[in-house]
Structures are given as C-alpha cells and as structure tokens.
Design a protein around this ligand. Structure first.
Ligand SMILES: Cc1ncc(C[n+]2csc(CCOP(=O)(O)OP(=O)(O)O)c2C)c(N)n1
Length: 565
C-alpha cells in the first residue's frame, strides 16, 4: 500500500526509537503536522522558538544517550536551527534535524521561505541530505540516524521538500544499513594499545585526561577502573566532567583556562598524559608550545582527524574510548601483573595531593551577608546531594557550576563546551527533563544568557515540566566584564545588564513560580523550597556583582601562568 512521505517519515522516526520530537510548524511541514496526531507513539513538544527545539533535542540526547530529533519548517524555521546545530556539532552530539523545504520545482527560484539550508549547514553538520525522491525517504532517515549516532557522533540534517512529503510510495524499511564510504573504527589497533600500556608502565608521573568522548562513549566506568587500578590522577575537560567522580581523591579538578591549580600543574609536570576523547581545544591547552612540556602523549579518539590536529602525540589510538581504555587496562593488568602501581606513583601522588591541598578552589565568603555565586552552586550540590542533572548557560555561572558542583556521574552536566552558546542551557534542561522525567533537572543560568531563550518557559509550563532555573543574577554580562576588568583596563563597554525584567513576576506571568533570594542566610531554605515545588520555577539569586572566576589562564598564556586571585 502506498503511503505519503509524511507517513513514511513518522513511521521511520518510530522505527528509530524517537519517542519525543521537538518542533515548530509552518507551511513547508504542515502535511507532516497533519499526519502527526495519527502517530501517538511520538510525543511532539512545541517549543516557542526553533533554536529552543534544537537545544532541547540536544539536552535530550546528552542526558539519555539517544539521538535527539527535531522538526522545523523551511526558511526562517531552518535558519533558526543553525546555532543549535553548530552547538551540537562542536560537542559531537547526535541529532537528526528535519527541515521542511519548498517544493522541488521551486528550489532555486527564491521561493517564499526558501533558503539553502543544506548549503548553510554543510560546515556544521556531520552530514546532510536533500531528499529528492519519496522512495528514498525511509532509507535516508535510517542513514541519518546511523550517521548521527555512530563513530564520532554529530548532527545530521534532512531537508524535505513539500512535494516529497505529499508524494506517495510503499513504506519499505531497510533491514540493515551500510554505507560504503563510511566505516568508523571502533576496535583500536592491538599494537597501539600495547605501546600505550608500555608508556604507562614506564611512567612515573602519569595523568589521565578525560574529555567528552569518554562521556559520549559511555566509558566512564572504564576510565574510572583504569585510574583507580593503576593509581593515576585524573583531570577532565569541561565536557569530560562526570566521567570520573569529582569526589575521588585521585581527581584533580578541571584542566585549562578555569582549571584548578592542581590539574594545571599536574599537566605541566607530568611525564605522560593519557588523553581520552578530548581534542586539545585551546581553552584546555593554553599556549600550545608550553602544553605538557615534559610529557609523552597517548591520544585516544574515535575520530582520526582529531589526532595531531592541535598537539603532537606519541601514541595515537584510534577507536572507541570504552574499548581502548578497557584494552589498555587489560594489558597493564596481565603484562605487568607483578607491578605495584601505588608504589611506582607514590611520590607523584604526594606532589599532586600537596598541590590540591595548598591551593584548592576557594573564594572569600561575603562579609556583609551578600551572596557569592560559588556559594549558590555549593548549596545546590548539598541540597541535591550531587545527584541532579545540571544544564548551564555560558559565562561565569557555567564555570562556577563546573568547578563547584563536583560531578560524580557522566551525562549529568549539559553545557555548550565547544561553541559556548548562550541560550543553550534552559532549553537543554527542558529536553533532559523530558528524557528523564524522574530526575531533578536544574538549569544554572546567567541573567544575560537566560534572556536569549527565556520564551521556553512557556514550553516548560505547557508540558508541566518541573525544571528549575537558578539565575546567578549579577546584572552584568559577567564573563565579558571579567575580561574587561582583567585585560581591558576596566573599560566596561556594553556589559551592564541592569535593565532586565523582574524574573519573579515574569515567571508568574508565564504560569510558573518565581523566587528571589538576596541574602546568604536565606540561600539554603529558599533554594530548598524552590527545588521542592513540582512546577517550573525561576529562582532569581542576587549575587555579588563583581565576583570573578579564578583560577584564570589568560588567553594565549601557558597553563602555569594562571592567575589565582
Ligand atoms: C550567543 C552568544 N553571544 C555572545 C557570547 C559571548 N559571551 C560569553 S560569556 C558572555 C556573558 C554571559 O553573561 P551571563 O549569561 O549573564 O552570565 P555571567 O557571565 O554573568 O555568569 C557573553 C556575552 C556567547 N558566548 N554566546
């Protein structure tokens, strides 16, 4: 029996396990929306902006490990997704974004709501498709999901002209998927694993550096086992937080621009860095010529193009982090069974412990009862026992969340690491809450970032999602103000945000709850009250306006040139 393209699309999404579809309708996709009520297995979440839909799909994907999916119309609907697609691309998040397109015969005519979204997104998608034949639709969707989730994950866009959605064909679901030119390497080369294990066995001062790839590959338990059994101290990039428990004595804290003293010094003094699933981003390495100057480097990555892109490495291991870390540990435990790793690393662990102890993350509590932003994150950690999913926006609050929440589990920090997208956190929290309805989901926001996608409060209210937004409200674009203070002689150009809505009344106007906290003594009880409501809520926490994030490695400086206060 012949079916419409709209039916074939939705049936294909079902086969791919899509239970939640984020989206926003319009002329080019109206036939798909017409079909949607006949597919009740797919819950459609109507966001208030297409950017919100992509970020929500991204939050859903990061929290659940599944592919996030969204549907938007052509033209402005499609262009509104670009920031979200680039955000997912920068952090290797699996998404399938379906855009409507003008009918095939109008493509290239400057038709109403026509944009070349395939051209626009070519550099920020893992792959994209323009479907030109309804008979190929099911296979294209299958390929899109396969590409999004396999190898190094990433966003895939499928552009669907309106006539293809309306055309009919048999629904034929391909049994298997194979793409001749695309064969990601999962299984690492045994020889490289052996050489990596040899370097570990020789090293006196090793560090394990975990990136987002460890989280995405569900390799946190392998990373943890390797570090604990071989007694190797661990650091993580922003994206890698949660891959190893922050509460473990072997954990040094985050590395890089806002990394801890201990982590940055450890990298600087290490004789071996085992990097898993990180790409040596400039925010991590600081001045590249001075990065890990005494260390040999083992780099594990599923994407061969990441290797030697930014730093030279001694042993490249191309493959899945889970298999690679498990494989290296296996070799270490069998080939070096008699080795006493604790003794071999004893001096190093002592050094590292002394750095941790001498200069831990710290801040001056306020003398006059005002609230320090770091205290808010500590209060959240205490009240949630470190067990919430924390989505962040971008700025100082993001770094304080990374530094002070002490993430102990993977997939609990949702943050735009690579692109640094303000406006990401709140919709991502909505997506995560839909993926994991029983989890406590909190967005830690700056007053600037929240205003970029604040309209999504309507989505949270409409779907009765108990997402909480904790606003570290400094009435500044704080991170930019910090740079102006430290590096631009206090020229505070366009970073004042005193003109802002009353977030409490705004939340109430949307039908959510609003709280305001102004004094440190009210922080714990008021936060507790806000966290226990079953409704979505904004919590406007008035924090000290000029607090800065420390440590900070100035842009272009070496990691050991960090400023501590
Ligand atoms: C979409 C976007 N525009 C601009 C920036 C540059 N930027 C980085 S941090 C920041 C300030 C963020 O202010 P806020 O959300 O209030 O957080 P705070 O730093 O005060 O905690 C800006 C403007 C960005 N990262 N993303």
């Amino acid at each position: 029996m012949e079916r419409t393209g709209a039916y074939i699309l939705l049936e294909s999404l079902k086969r791919e396990g899509v239970d939640i579809l984020f989206g926003y309708p319009g002329g080019a996709v109206i036939d798909i929306y017409d079909e949607l009520p006949r597919h009740p297995e797919i819950r459609h979440i109507l966001t208030r902006h297409e950017q919100g839909a992509v970020h929500a799909a991204d939050g859903y994907a990061r929290a659940s490990g599944k592919v996030g999916c969204c549907l938007v119309t052509s033209g402005p609907g499609a262009t509104n997704t670009v920031t979200g697609i680039a955000t997912a691309y920068a952090d290797s998040i699996p998404l399938v974004v379906i855009t409507g397109q003008v009918p095939t015969q109008l493509i290239g005519n400057d038709a109403f709501q026509e944009v070349d979204i395939v051209g626009i997104t070519r550099p920020c998608t893992k792959h994209n498709f323009l479907v030109k034949d309804v008979k190929k639709l099911a296979r294209t969707i299958r390929q899109a999901f396969y590409l999004a989730r396999s190898g190094r994950p990433g966003p895939v866009l499928v552009d669907l002209p309106k006539d293809i959605v309306q055309a009919t064909a048999e629904f034929l679901w391909p049994d298997d998927i194979s793409m001749r030119s695309y064969n990601p390497t999962y299984k690492p080369n045994a020889n490289q694993l052996r050489r990596a294990a040899e370097l570990i066995a020789e090293s006196q001062r090793p560090v394990l550096l975990c990136g987002g790839g460890v989280v995405m590959a569900d390799a946190a338990s392998e990373a943890t086992a390797l570090a604990r059994k071989l007694r190797i101290p661990v650091t993580a990039t922003l994206m890698g937080l949660g891959a190893f428990p922050a509460t473990d004595e072997l954990f040094l804290g985050m590395v890089g621009m806002h990394g801890t003293y201990a982590a940055n010094l450890a990298i600087n003094n290490a004789d071996l860095v085992v990097c898993a699933g990180a790409r040596f981003d400039d925010r991590v390495t600081g001045k590249i010529a001075a990065f890990a100057p005494k260390a040999r480097i083992v780099h594990i990555d599923i994407d061969p193009t990441s290797i030697r892109k930014n730093v030279d490495v001694d042993i490249p291991v191309v493959g899945d982090c889970k298999l690679a870390l498990a494989g290296i540990l296996d070799i270490c435990e069998s080939k070096y069974a008699e080795k006493d790793w604790a003794t071999q690393h004893a001096l190093w662990l002592k050094d590292v412990a002394s750095w941790k102890k001498s200069k831990p993350l710290s801040y001056e509590p306020s003398a006059d009862g005002a609230i320090k932003p770091q205290e808010v994150i500590e209060a959240l950690r205490e009240l949630t026992r470190g067990d919430a999913i924390i989505a962040t926006e971008v700025g100082q609050h993001q770094m304080w969340a990374a530094q002070y929440y002490e993430f102990t589990k993977p997939r609990t920090l949702l943050t735009s690491g690579g692109l640094g997208t303000m406006g990401y956190g709140f919709p991502a929290a909505i997506g995560a809450q839909l993926a994991l309805p029983d989890k406590m989901v909190i967005a830690v926001a700056g007053d600037g970032s929240l205003q970029m996608n604040i309209q999504e409060l309507a989505t949270a209210v409409a779907n009765k999602l108990p997402v909480k937004v904790i606003i570290l409200n400094n009435r500044h674009l704080g991170m930019v103000r910090q740079w102006q203070e430290l590096f631009y002689a206090g020229n505070y150009s366009s970073t004042n945000m005193e003109a802002q809505p009353d977030f409490v009344r705004l939340a109430e106007a949307y039908g959510a709850e609003g709280y305001r906290i102004e004094r440190a003594c009210d922080l714990l009880p008021e936060l507790e009250k806000a966290l226990s409501t079953p409704n979505p809520a904004f919590v406007d926490v008035r924090v000290e306006r000029e607090e800065n994030v420390y440590p900070i490695v100035p842009a272009g400086a070496a990691l050991d040139e960090m400023l501590l206060v």
